[in-house]
Design a protein. Structure first.
Length: 324
């Protein structure tokens, strides 16, 4: 019932989270019990790196739709700008040269068919976004990336806002989760030229044409990955929170909203879920926003997302965490 009470309406899924069948069963029960209607939800999933071949893309979304027990997705993302051999796990031996234009062409066909009402990307750097926008017939509606107070993505945010790509931030403390992102009290349709990308309100207070969607808006405090620097224990964040009489988590989330991006915080704690939603009737003043902008920057997790720790190398050229 918390799903309904808190106002959560966006469910962010992916095959690699290994729980789409369970999510599908939960959705079926929610619909049958009248807790929520399909048209009230915004459901996202992603194309895994082993399914980048154009002929594999329709099969991939078909499997996802079957597992989720849905007829269409509101948003379908390319999970990352890397490609691996089909049926394998990421390693230095399984990487293949990506062909993003070909993969995107197959994504555009899903958009044309209505199986995906909007299409986008995830973990794309500024350079890779520019390359895709140069060839796309249907421009990406969303770029979902790591973005938080310790990795603010200034260059990427400016590019996405200027080119109409929405930046979205989700919170993934491990790859075995489904992140739910809440419906804001102030709902706006993305102001695309013809509003063709979606018919469901996107959760953001101020939307550019192409959405920047941020994962790990709290810096993944529950992540098992080594070397994680805590956003919530940063002295500047704590100081701003004390001045505003808010929690560090609320400051981190509110900052994301005021930067014009949607945020996908993940929590399994009922009290924190409610706390995360209490960020709409106040704002961070300009002087404190300036303090937050001065936080020393450090990518927290994207460089570890696709390889086991024993194989981690410098992947900055592959991921959105690059400043390229």
């Amino acid at each position: 019932m918390l799903f309904r009470q808190a106002g959560y309406r966006h469910i962010d899924c992916a095959p690699v989270y290994r729980n789409e069948k369970q999510v599908g069963l939960a959705l079926k029960k929610l619909f049958e019990d009248g807790v929520v209607r399909r048209e009230d939800l915004f459901i996202t999933s992603k194309l895994w790196s082993g399914d980048h071949a154009p002929e594999d893309v329709p099969e991939a979304i078909g499997t996802t739709l079957k597992d989720l027990q849905l007829d269409f997705l509101d948003l379908f993302l390319i999970h990352g700008p890397i490609r691996i051999k089909k049926g394998t796990t990421p390693s230095l031996e399984t990487f293949l040269p990506p062909d993003i234009p070909a993969t995107w062409g197959a994504m555009e066909k899903l958009y044309d068919s209505g199986k995906a009402r909007a299409i986008g990307v995830s973990n794309f750097s500024s350079k890779k976004m520019e390359d895709l926008l140069a060839v796309a017939r249907v421009p990406p509606a969303v770029n979902q990336v790591e973005c938080h107070l310790i990795w603010q993505q200034d260059k990427l945010r400016k590019l996405c806002h200027s080119r109409g790509v929405h930046l979205s931030v989700s919170s993934i403390s491990h790859l075995q989760c489904c992140s739910i992102f809440f419906q804001f009290r102030k709902l706006l349709l993305p102001p695309f030229a013809d509003n063709r990308y979606c018919t469901t309100p996107i959760c953001c207070e101020k939307l550019p044409l192409v959405l920047l969607q941020a994962f790990s808006p709290l810096g993944s405090p529950g992540s098992p990955l080594p070397g994680i620097i805590s956003v919530l224990s940063n002295p500047i964040v704590i100081s701003v929170a004390e001045k505003l009489q808010k929690t560090p988590a609320q400051v981190a989330l509110r900052w994301g909203l005021q930067m014009g991006q949607s945020i996908l915080p993940k929590s399994t704690n009922e009290a924190r879920i409610k706390e995360n939603f209490d960020i709409f009737d106040w704002s961070i003043p300009k002087d404190l926003m300036a303090e937050l902008s001065g936080i020393k920057q450090a990518c927290l997790k994207s460089q570890h997302m696709f390889l086991p720790m024993s194989h981690v190398i410098d992947l900055s050229s592959m991921f959105v965490t690059s400043t390229i």
